[in-house]
Design a protein around this ligand. Structure first.
Ligand code: PMP
Length: 426
């Protein structure tokens, strides 16, 4: 793609937004892509290539959003395009048993330490909903423990305190109180809070549900030993330990966060990077737990589950995620994080785990919790900073809660451009 442009205009995006608002809610397909975060209008994208994205006015950007982390190999990787073309010739969907679902399930099981059995779904939200029903069905218990600031999709039972601090506790209108009656929300990175809640709800908690890295308030790493402590507390309480790897799976390493931090989950969910840009998600876990899904005892259906055309892409994508690919991601991450820290010194801090990172404009030395985020992060400044990055040819979400990410297609030149753009935008 062409060089990053300067002196850009976004007239076509402006015109499309005006037109879009007549038929689409907020002019977009998901609220975070619209006026909630973008001013005066979102940028309409034509497409991408590798780690770059081009808008409809012909401006190029280094893409750090990568479809909210879905594009582990960037845009239109030639091997994935070819896999999709070949698969499309065999038809879009059979909705029958197919060999490719076995191949991909075997691949997932060989990569992730907790995936003895696999069930495919289509989106992270859907996989998390199925996992919730599974933990309840398997244990015969109703309550779940989740954490403030953690997001597990938009279904009712999880929709408590997932939004940024300061808003309503319930994430949405239209959720009956009963749907949330069994959802216990606790501060994260706090072992005592979990101990107390398990004590107060003895015999009633089906699962502790956690993001392994808090990735929907930027990037907040787990304290050393915290995830292991959750595992042990769950086991002692007869509850399951459910790690939502929608963001971290196939990104923080072949074994996701579980592999990286050496933790043993009963159930995990995947989305985003698993699908390499296509709607493929999965739940996986210990055989004994997953087998509660047999014969639909815990019901989970789906016309599109294990779509063979999309799984052909996933198979190719997972093959490409070898040790060299992860080493490359770590190396790029090391460079971008140290470069950004230097460029933003005194203005912002940068937190990261592997290729996921977040810039926080804050007076605090570190952001360790949802409450820290609420008290110490200058969200408006982040939003303005990202709009300035657009001017300098870098794209990421202007939402201060949504982190940036690198892909295997990014180059050292992309990293240099981001660092220069950040220095010019601050
Ligand atoms: N779980 C986590 C941890 C997520 O970050 C997300 C999406 N941001 C989801 C689940 C939901 O995934 P999807 O958007 O594919 O429904």
């Amino acid at each position: 793609m062409a060089e990053v442009s300067v002196g850009r205009t976004t007239q076509r995006s402006a015109a499309l937004f005006e037109r879009a608002c007549r038929t689409l809610i907020d002019g977009v397909a998901s609220p975070s892509r619209g006026p909630l975060n973008y001013h005066p209008h979102p940028l309409y994208m034509e497409g991408g290539c590798g780690g770059r994205l081009r808008d409809v006015d012909g401006n190029d950007y280094v893409d750090l959003m990568l479809a909210f982390g879905a594009l582990v190999h960037g845009h239109a990787h030639p091997r994935l395009v070819e896999a999709l073309q070949r698969a499309a010739e065999r038809g879009a969907l059979t909705a029958t048993a197919s060999e490719i679902e076995i191949v991909v399930a075997e691949r997932i099981a060989s990569m992730h330490p907790c995936a003895e059995r696999v069930r495919f779904a289509n989106t992270g939200t859907e996989a998390c909903m199925a996992a919730l029903r599974l933990v309840r069905g398997y244990t015969g218990r109703d309550k779940i423990i989740k954490f403030e600031g953690h997001y597990h999709g938009w279904s009712d039972a999880y929709s408590l305190r997932s939004n940024m601090p300061g808003g309503d506790a319930v994430d949405s209108l239209g959720i009956p109180a009963g749907a949330l009656a069994d959802t216990i929300v606790l501060p994260w990175n706090d072992v005592d809070a979990v101990e107390r809640a398990l004590d107060a709800n003895k015999g009633d908690v089906a699962a502790i549900v956690t993001e392994p890295v808090m990735a929907n308030m930027g990037v907040i790493p787990p304290r050393p030993g915290y995830l292991q402590a959750l595992r042990e507390l769950a086991r002692a309480a007869g509850a399951l330990f459910y790690v939502d790897e929608t963001v971290t799976g196939f990104r923080l390493g072949p074994g996701g966060a579980c592999g990286r931090f050496g933790i043993e989950a009963d159930i995990v969910t995947f989305g985003k990077a698993l699908g390499a840009g296509f709607p493929v998600a999965a739940l996986a876990g210990r055989a004994e737990v997953m087998e509660a899904l047999e014969h639909g005892r815990v019901l989970h259906y789906g016309t599109q589950n294990a779509n063979p055309a999309l799984l052909a892409v996933v198979d190719e994508s997972l093959r490409m995620l070898d040790d060299a690919a992860y080493a490359r991601l770590e190396q790029l991450a090391g460079r971008i994080v140290s470069g950004l820290r230097e460029a933003l010194d005194g203005e912002a801090i940068v937190q990261s785990v592997g290729p996921m990172f977040q810039i926080y404009f804050t007076d605090a030395p570190e952001i360790t919790s949802y409450r820290d985020f609420g008290a110490h992060v200058d969200r408006d400044r982040f939003n303005r900073f990202v709009h300035a990055l657009f001017e300098h040819g870098v794209y990421t979400s202007p939402s201060p809660a949504l982190h940036s990410v690198l892909c295997t297609a990014h180059t050292d030149e992309d990293v240099d451009r981001v660092i220069a753009a950040a220095a010019a935008s601050v």
